[in-house]
Design a protein around this ligand. Structure first.
Ligand code: PLP
Length: 571
């Protein structure tokens, strides 16, 4: 305190409040350890919390409430009456009784940049950031960054570590990305409602063009699910009823459903233990030893006696299969390759043959993507797309998705009702520019997990070989006590998943294929050990630290348990 300040007797000053010069305070309350700069005025019934910084020349009027840990820049102006007047209707000067005080709240941890103006009746959410010079006219959500006049949401930031530390960690957060893009998504909806454009049209075509470009493919054809994308891609590429399509057993059943729906039969090859993707060696074995060439030179499966026409590798968990090896074998055997890229939007693979990085969806004869909401690029409902560089396949998929017609009511074949809704295409197009950034964040989180879990007793990591850039649709680890670890994480409020617990060759749905336990030992072993940890672009460092801490705590408890067990065994 000093002689230049005007601090009224009714001011409640907390402990260790630091005041600069020329400060005018009356009727207000200031929390412990708060620092107030020169020429600040704080009026009656205003409250400032603990450990705040109020920079010079700021004005906090009656009714303003500043919670703890808030930063207020220089010259920030608060306003507490939406319709201030100097005089009453009778022409006299207004008194305090005429003044209508509307409450403004700045929540814990928020920051307000210099020169900002905060209008009356506004709440600025926890940890939000208001850009310098902004005019805030309405509520700012927690963790939002806003700027401009009127201030608009630019993006959201991670909450600071202490706020999240004790909270639950969801397996997947689908709410935050939609809140971040709420304005754009509502614009799409509005555009659709105003034009009644619900099926087909420019919004679908524009998205198709943009998505083809994203995948480095010539064509993209939007359809209504990843399952339809697979089925249409197989049919359009020439799979015939009765054919065999070779795939892997550790995938979502949609992969094999699509094969069956195209009239073909799935046959499996085992996967690579390090990546969980199709093993080129096991594929070679199957093609060389599990098949023969018939009189017309067509490869035939010894298992079923059916002709083999295609290979369907799955880019599992966001990582591309070893496409050079698979494509070489396919070429040598006269087969074509359809990529199941439903989990791999934006994944990349360095082709040694082509000497460049290739995107998922650009290497096979065609590829299928899913836009199920939880995917790296997800619709707000169902959706999918086929990508291809082949104009004939593109045309055939377009017919298949639209009742076999290229021209209205001229049906060349029987097709399906498999189109993507216009509104979903619009939503996907609004999200697409963010996909590369989201994928980068997933890769960052995966790198952090790898670093923090490396060498842990509790889990073993899958690998991302040189020449692969996974987009980590899922972050999957292996563990010998999956039930125990899941239970432990669940009790700590941490969500997990298993992708997938039973390999397809052992599913009841495929009993007729006559596979046995032991046919695909790697896929079976993985199915018993894999656990998917929380992974999404907005996963904060604090949340991830919590997950890792709990995984390591489980390992420690297990180790101590074992020590105790062996000690008691020794007695
Ligand atoms: C590997 C794989 N293939 C196919 C699909 C099917 O996609 P959709 O659910 O959009 O039909 C999915 C989606 O879950 C998938 O993960």
């Amino acid at each position: 305190m000093n002689e230049f300040n005007s601090i009224a007797n009714d001011v409640k000053l907390g402990k260790d409040v630091r005041l600069s010069k020329f400060i005018n305070l009356y009727g207000c309350e200031i929390g412990d350890e708060t620092k107030i700069g020169a020429f600040v005025e704080i009026q009656k019934n205003a409250r400032v919390g603990r450990r705040c910084k109020i920079s010079s020349h700021s004005f906090l009027c009656e009714g303003v409430e500043i919670e703890d840990h808030v930063f207020i820049g220089h010259g920030v102006m608060f306003i507490n009456d939406s319709y201030p007047r100097a005089t009453t209707p009778e022409g006299g000067l207004q008194t305090e009784a005429d003044w209508k005080v509307e409450r403004t709240v700045v929540k814990k941890g928020a920051s307000i940049g210099s020169g900002a103006t905060i209008l009356a009746k506004v709440t600025i959410g926890e940890n939000a950031l208001v850009g310098a010079g902004s005019t805030v006219t309405r509520d700012v959500p927690a963790n939002a960054v806003v700027a401009g006049n009127p201030a608009k949401i630019l993006r959201f930031i991670d909450p600071p570590a202490p706020i999240q530390e004790a909270g639950p960690v969801p397996f997947l957060d689908l709410v935050t990305p939609h809140l971040e893009l709420e304005r754009e998504l509502i614009d799409v909806l509005r555009r659709s409602l105003r034009t009644a454009g619900f099926v087909g049209g420019a919004m679908v075509q524009d998205f198709e063009e943009a998505f083809a470009k994203f995948c480095d493919a010539k064509y993209s054809i939007a359809v209504n699910s990843g399952t339809d994308a697979l089925r249409f891609a197989l049919m359009a590429a020439g799979v015939q009823p009765g054919d065999v399509v070779v795939t892997v057993p550790n995938t979502f059943i949609a992969t094999t459903e699509a094969i069956s729906q195209a009239g073909a039969t799935p046959e499996f090859v085992d996967v690579d233990e390090q990546t969980a993707n199709m093993s080129v060696e096991r594929l070679r074995e199957f093609l060389e030893n599990g098949c023969v060439r018939n009189e017309s030179g067509k490869l035939t499966s010894l298992r079923s006696g059916r002709p083999v026409s295609a290979i369907l590798p799955v880019h599992l968990y966001g990582q591309m299969a070893d496409m050079d090896g698979i494509l070489d074998l396919a070429d040598a055997c006269g087969l074509f390759v359809i990529e199941d890229a439903c989990q791999a939007h934006g994944a990349e693979y360095f082709s040694k043959k082509l000497n460049r990085w290739m995107k998922a969806g650009s290497m096979g004869r065609a590829a299928a993507f899913s836009f199920y909401p939880g995917k790296n690029l997800g619709a707000c409902g169902e959706g999918g797309a086929v990508t291809t560089n082949d104009a004939n396949i593109s045309a055939a998929v377009k017919k298949l998705r639209d009742h076999g017609q290229a021209k209205k009511y001229y049906h060349d074949i029987e097709g399906y009702n498999g189109r993507l809704d216009t509104i979903q295409a619009g939503f996907l197009h609004a999200k697409l520019p963010h996909l590369a950034g989201w994928n980068e964040k997933r890769r960052d989180r995966a790198a952090a997990y790898n670093q923090l879990l490396e060498g842990s007793q509790a889990v073993r990591l899958l690998s991302e070989p040189d020449g692969s850039r996974s987009v980590y649709h899922l972050y999957v680890v292996r563990t010998h006590d999956r039930e125990g670890l899941m239970k432990h994480l669940n009790a700590a409020g941490i969500g997990t998943g298993i992708h997938y617990p039973i390999p397809l060759h052992l599913q009841k749905a495929y009993a007729a294929l006559n596979y046995r336990e032991g046919d695909f030992p790697v896929a079976e072993r993985l199915a018993g050990e894999i656990l998917s940890l929380p992974m999404f672009p907005q996963l904060s460092t604090a949340q991830q630290t919590r997950v890792v801490k709990e995984v390591l705590a489980f390992a420690e408890a297990e180790r101590e348990g074992k020590t105790l067990a062996s000690a008691s065994g020794a007695v």
